[in-house]
Design a protein around this ligand. Structure first.
Ligand code: 5GP
Length: 137
């Protein structure tokens, strides 16, 4: 399958769609999930166009994981959460809904995860969590 450069995350990366960003550098962007499964649900994406983790060049994957760790530490500190579920869906059959590789960081427990990409969150409330993560970075 070819990478679709009109997917939502590609459009966010180009600045065509808004996002509540918490971290950005030349290679990676971290922003808040629009339909959070828990307060503070954050997504980390490489800027490299790749559909799944399996398509991502190893160097980009390694760097993205470093940022995942950095953001997860900031979430732990800024949101005062004890644990974070790290989720990565590769492929539609795994439940992936946006065809640009991304890591979910969900301050929750695997036993309490909400429904996936099911309910729009309160964007003003999401911004407050974003500010707390940013302050801890
Ligand atoms: P996937 O199902 O591909 O693993 O996860 C895609 C995630 O992107 C879902 O958790 C969904 O809530 C989120 N999402 C979908 N559309 C948008 C959007 O336009 N903006 C943001 N920030 N998140 C989105």
């Amino acid at each position: 399958m070819a990478y679709d450069d009109q997917n939502i995350f590609a459009r966010i990366l180009r600045g065509e769609l808004p996002a509540i960003k918490v971290y950005e550098d030349e290679q990676v962007l971290a922003f808040m999930d629009i339909m959070p499964q828990a307060d503070g649900h954050t997504l980390v994406i490489p800027k490299t166009p790749a559909i799944t983790l399996l398509d991502l060049p190893p160097d980009a994957a390694a760097y993205t994981i470093q940022v995942v760790q950095k953001v997860a530490n900031a979430m732990k500190k800024g949101l005062d959460v004890p644990g974070i579920v790290l989720m990565q869906l590769s492929g539609e059959s795994a439940g992936q809904t946006v065809p640009h590789v991304h890591f979910h960081l969900i301050p929750s427990s695997v036993h309490e995860l909400g429904k996936h990409a099911a309910q729009m969150g309160d964007q003003e409330k999401i911004k407050v969590f974003a500010e707390r993560i940013k302050a801890a970075l």
